[in-house]
Design a protein around this ligand. Structure first.
Ligand SMILES: [Zn+2]
Length: 465
């Protein structure tokens, strides 16, 4: 792995960001109540003595942490996701329990249920790896006419803490661990795209064929426009693993295609444990305007414009809602333009054809056409999305859009770090199949060697479906 710029992420990432350091140093005052982020952290710092004299600590004062403690009675905590600047309700939470090993603590959510179809996710190694506790771990009941959902948690013997979250977390520390695994790979470069609003370094990855004259084209990948959508990051990891792998698929990538990846489009939101979705005044995936609010989006748009004619594929990875139709499967979000929709459906067929990993994908029900379910024109009212921007900026792309990765369950198959990475590999193969096959119609752009690219530069006017 090579480092592109003088600002070496490996060094920059080792120290806590100024914001997190300041947060960690903030004084802890006793307090309580249903307050927002800062006040909620004050509650969590307090310890609750148990009958045996031992203490229970429940908090979210770490990267990715998110919880509000509304009430506590002994070892029972009533919690809620910390919405911060989210408009409306969202379900992301990530809470740490420190208590004597084996001491059960009951965690309750009231009114709205942020526990997914496989229950909460649990980590006993400080958030590095996770497993689903399972649907059976969740109890539903009514208290005073209010619907409630609860589960029991405890710190297992030998562990210092346990974390519980809506879904497995994926933070900068996970990316750093992945980068370390590929440290000696010359086909991977990491650079700083920009600094976030809170001065965190925002990673830009280049992988595959790194010689511009040799590459036939560029594939751009993004994730975490919505900070909480962590399973998308495991898919991205698997996709990049495939690009870098010492096998036939990896060699095809490295001989022909360059990847540009933005792993954290909302870096501050990821590290601070924000929901990110429906952030006020608009979230990162509605920021593709002439005057973006967020430095990551401004920098990505600039980079995109600079490589626009060479981009053959642009994929923005997301996660959907908690459960129900279109949430318990992996699917492509269809574009309104017919030519683009035709190319997306062709990609869906390629993905179905090459898929080998455990997560199922069927073109017939893995494609959400424009106008169906939530995928309607008004959905973009708050601002232009990455997909809409990409379709205008990358006129030669044979796919420019978004994909939703279910958090926990895809057509009955468990979604976890392992299966999500395997799906990423399937995507890597499907993308090659799709961009290397002969154009299906005159609307598709032929892709040849770099010197032969004649794809026109995008006109300045933005296009919004
Ligand atoms: Zn999203």
């Amino acid at each position: 792995m090579r480092l592109l710029t003088a600002v070496i992420l490996g060094a920059a990432l080792c120290a806590p960001s100024p914001a997190l350091a300041a947060q960690a140093a903030a004084p802890v005052r006793p307090g309580g109540g249903a307050s927002r982020g800062a006040d909620a952290r004050e509650v969590h710092g307090a310890a609750v003595p148990t009958a045996g004299g031992a203490a229970i600590h429940l908090d979210a004062d770490y990267p990715g942490g998110n919880i509000r403690v509304l009430r506590r009675e002994g070892g029972t905590y009533t919690l809620a996701p910390d919405l911060r600047d989210t408009e409306g309700w969202w379900f992301h939470f990530n809470v740490r329990l420190r208590a004597p090993a084996g001491l059960p603590v009951t965690l309750v959510f009231a009114e709205k249920n942020p526990l997914g179809v496989r229950g909460p996710a649990m980590s006993t190694d400080r958030g590095r790896t996770w497993r689903w506790l399972g649907k059976a771990a969740v109890r539903s009941f009514a208290a005073g006419g209010t619907p409630c959902w609860s589960f029991q948690g405890s710190v297992p013997p030998g562990a210092a803490e346990a974390r519980f979250a809506f879904a497995p977390a994926y933070l900068e520390s996970h990316l750093r661990e992945w980068l370390e695994r590929h440290r000696t790979n010359a086909m991977l470069q990491v650079a700083e795209l920009c600094r976030s609003r809170k001065q965190r370094p925002v990673e830009l990855l280049r992988a595959g064929c790194l010689e511009p004259q040799k590459a036939r084209g560029v594939v751009v990948l993004t994730a975490r426009h919505h900070a909480c959508e962590s399973m998308a990051s495991y898919v991205l990891e698997g996709l990049l693993d495939a690009v870098l792998a010492d096998d036939g698929l990896g060699r095809r990538w490295r001989e022909r295609w360059q990847v540009l990846a933005l792993p954290f489009a909302d870096k501050d939101g990821v590290e601070e444990g924000d929901q990110g979705k429906n952030r006020a005044p608009h979230d990162h995936n509605r920021d593709y305007s002439n005057r973006p609010l967020y430095p990551e989006i401004a920098a990505w748009m600039k980079l995109g414009a600079s490589v626009g004619p060479r981009v053959v594929f642009s994929l923005d990875l997301h996660c959907p809602h908690i459960r129900g139709p279109w949430n318990d499967r992996v699917y492509i979000v269809g574009s309104p333009a017919l030519a683009a929709a035709d190319r997306e459906k062709a990609f869906a067929r390629a993905l179905e054809r090459v898929r080998r990993g455990p997560i199922p994908f069927r073109a017939a029900d893995g494609y959400l056409p424009a106008g169906v379910a939530w995928n309607k024109p008004g959905n973009d009212a708050a601002g232009r999305s990455n997909g809409a921007w990409a379709r205008g900026t990358f006129p030669g792309a044979r796919f420019a859009g978004a994909m939703e990765i279910a958090y926990a369950d895809a057509l009955g198959v468990e979604v976890n770090a392992h299966s999500a990475r395997a799906f990423g590999r399937d995507l890597a193969e499907a993308i090659l199949e799709h961009v290397e096959e002969a154009p299906a119609s005159s609307s598709a752009n032929p892709v040849g060697p770099a010197s032969g690219l004649t794809i026109p530069v995008n006109p300045a006017a933005p296009t919004t479906p």
